[in-house]
Design a protein around this ligand. Structure first.
Ligand SMILES: Cc1cc2nc3c(=O)[nH]c(=O)nc-3n(C[C@H](O)[C@H](O)[C@H](O)COP(=O)(O)OP(=O)(O)OC[C@H]3O[C@@H](n4cnc5c(N)ncnc54)[C@H](O)[C@@H]3O)c2cc1C
Length: 398
């Protein structure tokens, strides 16, 4: 594995840096740096800037509007985005359903949906989990029954991130209740404005509404909105999950968090000296940095495998486990480093436009929100216990 950057790669790095310096809106950067959920408007505004630059979909093939970047360039861009606190595009469209559509969809579906994902005209959400069907996803019960050129969909999804922002939902539905679990599932693309869909908010431990329940009552979905073959949806669903897990590791974001923890610990005092000089504190931070470096090399090895045309097996699961554990340890340490100012937390929706002052230094606003939200990181995208099961099966052959 050759880890040195060529002259062209370094020039590319400078181009990315300059673009981010000039084009990233300060308010979008500020929310991302603090670890607050994006606003719909801010996220779309930023994505449109990325689209105009042609950088909305680094992982897509060029023929569908991807950047055509090499694996090294993708790595460099991800690193620079993380360091600049530039949000990546919302994953549900560009990283999840987009690749499913260009890999398994028909021409009409590609023409209809892919340009709208690139231009951020459709905000997508993911309708996989149901009450009682999370880890055991194949037991899902939402039904789709054929009626002429339509399916009639009835059932419920849960934990649907940003469904209240969404224009479209991709859904796993049961189309053959008699078949073996995995064999009776289909993959549908559903317009959120279709009559019969109700979205109800769930407020998380961070008191935010990023999660929802989505109810389907006699929802008519054209058969032409089905991806691929009827009852073969599990194949497309698994393909999507591999992409989802790799993205969740967020190595570049964690590297930025290390810098933030260092900055905070340099400003905060403990026992009459800057916290950064406290041996216990620095030991904890160094341990995380070492683990993060190991994770980054694991990611680089994976990218190198992909560049050499090799197929991945349990690597996305490995990255997901370690990446999410590190994210949690980092925000925990950040809250700890803020001392008493780490504890006060008010829902961020009250922050925009507020005219009172947040207690403590400015950098104390955000870490608790992110710390609380990231408790879920070892659950979403398939819990870490499930990822360990995958590793034990695929790597250890257990
Ligand atoms: C913040 C957040 C955002 C989410 N966003 C979305 C979304 O946008 N769309 C969507 O479809 N879903 C989403 N989810 C749902 C997520 O994918 C599920 O929560 C996850 O798959 C776990 O399923 P569950 O909650 O039903 O827990 P369960 O499957 O009931 O698991 C409960 C516990 O048992 C453990 N467990 C279960 N089975 C096994 C096993 N075989 N071996 C070992 N341990 C096991 C699990 O690890 C977990 O600790 C989100 C979840 C969260 C928390």
């Amino acid at each position: 594995m050759d880890l040195s950057f060529s002259k062209e790669d370094l020039a590319f790095r400078d181009e990315v840096r300059e673009f981010l310096q000039n084009s990233l809106p300060p308010d979008v950067k500020d929310r991302c740096d603090r670890g607050l959920h994006p606003t719909r408007e801010g996220q779309i505004r930023w994505q449109k800037i990325l689209h105009e630059k042609g950088w909305m979909a680094p992982n897509w093939p060029k023929e569908y509007g991807g950047t055509g970047w090499s694996i090294t360039q993708k790595y460099i861009a991800a690193h620079e985005f993380g360091q600049a606190s530039a949000p990546i595009a919302t994953p549900f469209g560009v990283s999840m359903v987009g690749p499913v559509i260009y890999t398994f969809g028909n021409q009409e579906q590609k023409d209809q949906y892919l340009p709208r994902i690139l231009a951020s005209e459709d905000w997508w959400c993911q309708g996989y989990s149901e009450p009682g069907s999370g880890s055991d996803l194949a037991s899902l019960q939402t039904k789709a029954v054929r009626d002429g050129d339509d399916y009639i969909v009835n059932g419920q999804k849960i934990w649907t991130s940003y469904a209240h922002y969404a224009d479209m939902i991709f859904c796993l539905v049961r189309t053959d209740p008699k078949a073996k679990q995995q064999e009776g599932i289909s993959f549908l693309l559903i317009d959120m404005k279709t009559p019969g869909i109700t979205v109800k908010p769930i407020y998380g431990i961070d008191k935010e509404n990023s999660l929802n329940e989505v109810f389907f009552e006699d929802v008519r979905v054209p058969v032409k909105n089905r991806i691929g073959e009827e009852n073969k949806g599990w194949t497309y669903a698994k393909f999507l999950l591999g992409n989802e897990r790799t993205g969740i590791a967020r190595v570049a974001r964690s590297k930025r968090q290390v810098v933030r923890v260092r900055e905070i610990a340099a400003a905060e005092m403990s026992g009459g000296r800057p916290l950064i000089e406290d041996p216990d504190f620095i030991a904890k931070l160094t341990r995380i940095e070492v683990d993060l470096m190991a994770l980054e090399y694991t990611e680089l090895r994976m990218l190198s495998m992909l560049a050499n045309g090799k197929k991945l097996s349990a690597e996305p699961s490995l990255l997901k486990i370690r990446g999410t554990e590190i994210q949690q340890r980092l925000t925990e340490l950040m809250v700890e480093s803020l001392g008493m100012y780490g504890a006060p937390y008010e829902p961020e929706r009250d922050y925009a436009g507020r005219n009172d002052i947040h207690p403590g230094p400015d950098y104390a606003h955000g870490p608790m929100a992110e710390h609380l939200y990231l408790r879920a990181a070892t659950i979403y995208g398939g819990s870490n216990e499930i990822q360990r099961n995958i590793v034990s099966k695929m790597v250890l052959g257990l």
